[in-house]
Design a protein around this ligand. Structure first.
Ligand SMILES: Cc1ncc(COP(=O)(O)O)c(C=O)c1O
Length: 425
C-alpha cells in the first residue's frame, strides 16, 4: 500500500524518517513518552544543521558589520549571503529583503512608515481571519493618523474569507492598503492571495501579506502574487527567531521610514533598526538551505537552482501534509462532542487543525495530551477576531499542526489520545 511518506509517492525528497533524524529535539522523552510536536504553528523544531550554522557564526565570525577587519567583513558577507538565500526563498531580490526581530515588530515598523503619508480620508482593509500582528499595527494608524480601518468578514462555517465583503471594502472606500494573511494560523485556511492582490490593485491599493503561517507549508512567490510587501518568520520554518520583510524595490526606496540619521539610507538596510540578530539571520538562511537539501533524488540534481529544488520539496511536503491532515480530520470527526474548525481537507489549507471538546476546556485537553508526550497549543493564537466569531474566545481552541517531521504514527497517537480524553469526560 502506498503511504504518503513512501518514496514511491515523492521519490525525490527525503523520507519522513530521514527528515526526523535531522531534528535532535525529536529524541526528547516526556513522562516516559517520546515527544510528538504538534506545536509547529507556534514554532517548529530546528534541524542540527541550523544550530551548527549559528554556532559557527558565533564562534568564528562574530562581529558588528561594516568594518575593515576579518570578522566584520565575514559578518558582512554572511548577511549578504543570507539576503540572497531568503530572496530566493520568497522569489524576490536581495535588495528587497530586510531582517528584524519578528514579523510583529517589522509590521509595526512598516505601518508607521506607510502611515506617514496617510490621513483621515484614507482606509486600510484588514481581515477577520488574521493574526492580530496583521491587524493592530494597522489599527494603530487610526489613533495616530485618523485612518479608517475596515475589516473583511470570515465565513464561520468554512473559515474562509467573505470575498464579496472584501470587494465592498476595496471599492466603497478610499482604500490605500489591503493587509491580508496568506494562511490562517488558527484554522489553516489558505487565501487566494493572487486574487486578493489583483482586486486591491484594481482599487489602487497596496498590499501587505502576512505569510507567517503559509511559509512553512507552501513556497511563497512574491513575484507571482505581485504583492507590495510581505512578512514571515524563520522560527515557523525550522529556523531561529528572526523576522523577514519583503518589499518591492521602489516601495522600499520611497518609504518614509523611521531611522537614525547615521544609519544607511540605501535599501534594504534603511528598513533595519539597530544591530541585527546576525546568528539568527545566518540560521534563517541555513533553514532555507536545509529545506532545499531535502531534494535528494533526481529533482535535487546539481543542474537545478535552489529555488527549483525548494519548489519540488514544498510540493512533496504539501502532499504529505495534506495526507496527514486528512487522516487527522477523519480520525477525530467521529468523537462525540468535538467541534472541528476551518476548511475541510479538500479545500486549500495547511495541515493545521483546531478543535474543541464539549467535555473539556482546551487548556485541559492540552495538559492531558502533554502528559502523554503530545505537545499541542491551545488558546486563540492571537487570531482573536476569528476566535470571537467562532464563539471560542473564552476557552479557546486546541491546535494540532503537522510539520515536515510529523509521522503517521504520531497522527495515529494523537487521534487515539483525543478519543481517550473525550471518553473520559
Ligand atoms: C499568521 C501569523 N502571523 C503573525 C504572527 C506573528 O509572528 P511573530 O511572532 O514573528 O511576530 C504569527 C505568530 O504566531 C502568526 O502565526
Amino acid at each position: 500500500m502506498t503511504t504518503p511518506n513512501d518514496r514511491s509517492l515523492s521519490p525525490w525528497i527525503a523520507t519522513t524518517a530521514e527528515i526526523r533524524a535531522a531534528f535532535p529535539a525529536l529524541e526528547r522523552v516526556h513522562q516516559g513518552h517520546r515527544v510528538a510536536y504538534f506545536d509547529g504553528p507556534g514554532g517548529t523544531q530546528v534541524p542540527r544543521i541550523v544550530v551548527d550554522a549559528m554556532a559557527d557564526y558565533l564562534v568564528h565570525h562574530n562581529a558588528n558589520a561594516h568594518w575593515a577587519f576579518p570578522t566584520s567583513m565575514e559578518t558582512d558577507s554572511a548577511l549578504a549571503e543570507a539576503r540572497r538565500t531568503l530572496a530566493e526563498f520568497l522569489n524576490g531580490s536581495p535588495g528587497e529583503i530586510a531582517f528584524g526581530p519578528n514579523m510583529t515588530a517589522l509590521t509595526f515598523h512598516l505601518a508607521r512608515a506607510l502611515g506617514r503619508s496617510l490621513g483621515p480620508h484614507d482606509a486600510i482593509v484588514v481581515t477577520e481571519l488574521d493574526h492580530h500582528a496583521n491587524v493592530d499595527p494597522w489599527r494603530a494608524l487610526r489613533r495616530e493618523r485618523g485612518v479608517t480601518i475596515l475589516r473583511v468578514g470570515m465565513v464561520p462555517e468554512t473559515g474562509q474569507l467573505d470575498w464579496d465583503d472584501l470587494d465592498r471594502c476595496l471599492t466603497d472606500h478610499r482604500t490605500r492598503l489591503l493587509a491580508i494573511g496568506a494562511a490562517s494560523n488558527a484554522l489553516g485556511t489558505i487565501n487566494d492571495v493572487a486574487r486578493a492582490v489583483a482586486m486591491a490593485r484594481e482599487a489602487d491599493a497596496l498590499t501587505f501579506v502576512d505569510a507567517v503561517h503559509f511559509a512553512p507549508h507552501q513556497l511563497v512567490d512574491v513575484r507571482a502574487w505581485d504583492c507590495d510587501f510581505l512578512a514571515c518568520s524563520a522560527y515557523k520554518f525550522y529556523g531561529p527567531h528572526v523576522g523577514i520583510l519583503y518589499g518591492k524595490r521602489q516601495r522600499l526606496e520611497a518609504l518614509e521610514v523611521p531611522k537614525l540619521e547615521p544609519a544607511p539610507e540605501t535599501i534594504p538596510e534603511r528598513l533595519e533598526t539597530g544591530t541585527q540578530n546576525h546568528e539568527g539571520i545566518v540560521g534563517a538562511a541555513a533553514a532555507v538551505e536545509y529545506l532545499a537539501s531535502l531534494a535528494t533524488g533526481a529533482e535535487g540534481s546539481p543542474g537545478l537552482s535552489r529555488r527549483e529544488r525548494l519548489g519540488a520539496v514544498f510540493d512533496a511536503l504539501h502532499q504529505r501534509g495534506a495526507a496527514l491532515l486528512t487522516a487527522l480530520w477523519h480520525g477525530l470527526s467521529d468523537i462525540q462532542g468535538i467541534r472541528m474548525f476551518g476548511p475541510p481537507p479538500d479545500a486549500p489549507r495547511t495541515p493545521t487543525l483546531s478543535f474543541t471538546l464539549d467535555t473539556h476546556p482546551a487548556a485541559e485537553v492540552s495538559r492531558r495530551l502533554a502528559a502523554r508526550g503530545i505537545f499541542a497549543s491551545h488558546g486563540n493564537f492571537y487570531a482573536l477576531n476569528a476566535a470571537r466569531k467562532l464563539g471560542v474566545e473564552a476557552d479557546g481552541l486546541v491546535r494540532l499542526g503537522c510539520a515536515c517531521y510529523t509521522s503517521e504514527d504520531e497522527v495515529a497517537r494523537v487521534i487515539d489520545e483525543v478519543h481517550a480524553i473525550a471518553r473520559d469526560g
